[in-house]
Design a protein around this ligand. Structure first.
Ligand SMILES: [Cu+2]
Length: 569
């Protein structure tokens, strides 16, 4: 991929692709007619790319807030080109992509190109506050002519699964970060498959709500094979994904093709936030309609009756339909596979060995131990931390810029959670311990990693062995409650990379580390002028924001955690 972008959280704001725009006029609040999302492209097979590799593909994104009703309930949605989910980006390995973004959202935005280091199933989304939770997400598929499975299916589809909230994220964040709140994640209002869901409108009398949104429907022809690329774009939810009567053959995990073994066929697939899997299904069952199910894994939500927006009666299990073209339009009569997925864990990694044997490096040059911590700050705001330090983005002094001007990351404020390594031949190992009662899907920007250990126990003594032989290579993995996760990667991408929990609410509560990779080389580079100009624009936006109340100004004051004794490794 020649495509290169520097985008990472708010911490390095200068890397933003999307510019700051002036606020748009909000629409009339009393508009009476419903406006539904346009039919998502996701229900059509992926169009075949006309040109083969090494071409430049142009995309035009207009970021704008429009009223949509993904689950029937109308709300403002942060969109790309008015669509939720955003438009599909497709390319072949070796192509160059040019994405022109015009930001008419009324607030700043970023686009993060998640995991884009090799061909496969990816997604893009805003990484500015919790903006992606408000809809700013889309799928991003890179094809490889040498994909070992590309001749094993006739057509391919994208499916996204997501939790969904009727309130924009701004007010939810204000509640989440209120003093004395216990930090539990806001409870979703519904779950969506490919941007579509069904809400029980009787819960919101008097609101603009359509109880009859047609379920996400995927058409198949009997006898054909289909690749489904499944992406979890949630803020908080993990899903048990299945298609009644149709086993799922897992062939890709986040860009890594998976070995063709019997074990890789599952009936129910757990998929956590930001994770992606490709599966092949064979449409060889009797002509009928079958339910596609994204069942909320309750254990991932970690909520109770004090939780923001809590309502245990809400249906958070989404259904779609697999429609055989030889069948009528009757409601499916299919029944779900029995499932024992009750815990918020990743799929057993024995099932997902890389197609090509890819042993993890045996020699480590840089070792870090991160402990997930949670404490209240001086204002009694519950925050998460890495080694007792809650991350706070330095919007006006981004890390990329600081490293480029030669600042020493070891002297950064503690709340920057900056960890660095400078060995050009290096292999980094990160050990994550979680002694808390919740699960955290962690994602590393800038790299794929070998996942060499994952399991119960939050102390070194609990890690009995590393799997170096042929571990899965991915970019997002769960650290279980009271558990551990150990990853390795090669330091071959100088830059500033975030390593963070993907529960968006936890990002906002500071569960983020910055990895400063090979700063002595990185510091020789200069920030492009266009990027520098974004910093200037952002600063003037910030000034304006402080003097006027712009839309969605959450006025969240992120307070640093008190300094606790740091845990010695
Ligand atoms: Cu988390």
């Amino acid at each position: 991929m020649k495509f290169k972008i520097f985008s990472i959280l708010g911490a390095v704001l200068c890397g933003f692709l999307a510019a700051i725009a002036t606020p748009i006029e909000s629409e009339e609040p009393n508009e009476l007619k419903f406006r539904f999302a346009p039919k998502p492209y996701l229900f059509d097979p992926l169009p075949k790319l006309k040109e083969s590799s090494n071409v430049t593909r142009y995309y035009h994104f207009e970021l704008k807030v429009v009223k949509l009703s993904p689950d029937g309930y109308e709300r403002p949605v942060w969109t790309v080109n008015g669509q939720y989910p955003g438009p599909l980006i497709q390319a072949n390995k070796g192509d160059r992509l040019v994405v022109n973004v015009t930001n008419n959202c009324g607030d700043p935005a970023t686009i993060h190109w998640h995991g884009i280091f090799r061909p496969g199933t990816f997604w893009y989304h805003s990484h500015y506050y919790a903006q992606y939770v408000d809809g700013l997400v889309g799928s991003f598929i890179v094809h490889d002519p040498e994909d070992p499975y590309c001749h094993f299916y006739d057509e391919e589809y994208v499916i996204t699964v997501s939790d969904w909230y009727h309130s924009p994220s701004g007010p939810l964040l204000v509640k989440l970060l209120e003093p004395k709140y216990d930090g539990k994640n806001p409870y979703p209002d519904s779950s969506l498959i490919s941007g579509v869901g069904q809400y029980n409108c009787s819960e919101e009398p008097g609101c603009y709500c359509n109880p009859n949104v047609p379920p996400a429907t995927y058409n198949v022809q009997k006898g054909k094979k289909y690749r489904f690329r499944i992406i979890n774009t949630s803020a908080n939810a993990g899903f048990a994904f299945s298609i009644d009567n149709h086993p799922l053959k897992v062939i890709e995990v986040e860009g890594t093709p998976v070995k063709n073994v019997n074990a890789s066929v599952v009936n129910v697939l757990p998929i956590h936030i930001a994770q992606r899997y490709s599966v092949i299904i064979t449409a060889d069952k009797p002509c009928a309609n079958y339910y596609i199910r994204a069942n909320n894994i309750q254990d991932c939500l970690r909520t109770d009756n004090t939780t923001i927006n809590y309502n245990p009666d809400r249906n958070l299990n989404a259904v779609g339909i697999l429609h055989y073209s030889c069948a009528g339009s009757n409601k499916p009569k299919s029944t779900p596979y029995p499932t024992n997925i009750t815990d918020c864990f990743d799929i057993n990694d024995d099932v997902i060995r890389p197609y090509k044997d890819s042993p993890a490096p045996s020699i480590v040059t840089d070792c870090f131990t991160f402990r997930v911590t949670q404490e209240k700050n001086d204002d009694l705001v519950k925050l998460f931390g890495i080694n007792n330090s809650s991350f706070e983005p330095a919007f006006n002094d981004p890390t990329n810029k600081r490293i480029m001007q030669g600042d020493d990351f070891t002297k950064f404020d503690e709340n920057q959670n900056a960890y660095g390594y400078d060995n050009p031949e290096g292999c980094v190992q990160i050990t994550l311990f979680n002694s808390l009662d919740g699960n955290h899907p962690f994602h590393l920007h800038g790299h794929l990693f070998w996942m060499i250990a994952q399991g119960n126990g939050s102390h070194h003594a609990n890690i009995t062995k590393y799997n170096l032989e042929n571990p899965i290579i991915r970019d997002t993995a769960m650290i279980p409650k009271h558990g551990h996760l150990v990853i390795r990667y090669i330091a071959d991408n100088p830059g500033v990379w975030a390593f963070h929990c993907y529960i968006e609410w936890h990002v906002e509560m500071g569960l983020v580390a910055q990895l400063i990779e090979r700063p002595s080389e990185f510091s020789n580079q200069t920030l492009p002028n266009e990027v520098r100009e974004l910093c200037v624009q952002y600063n003037s936006y910030e000034k304006q924001r402080r003097s006027t109340a712009l839309p969605r100004d959450s006025t969240v004051n992120r307070m640093r955690m008190p300094i606790f004794r740091r845990i010695k490794n």
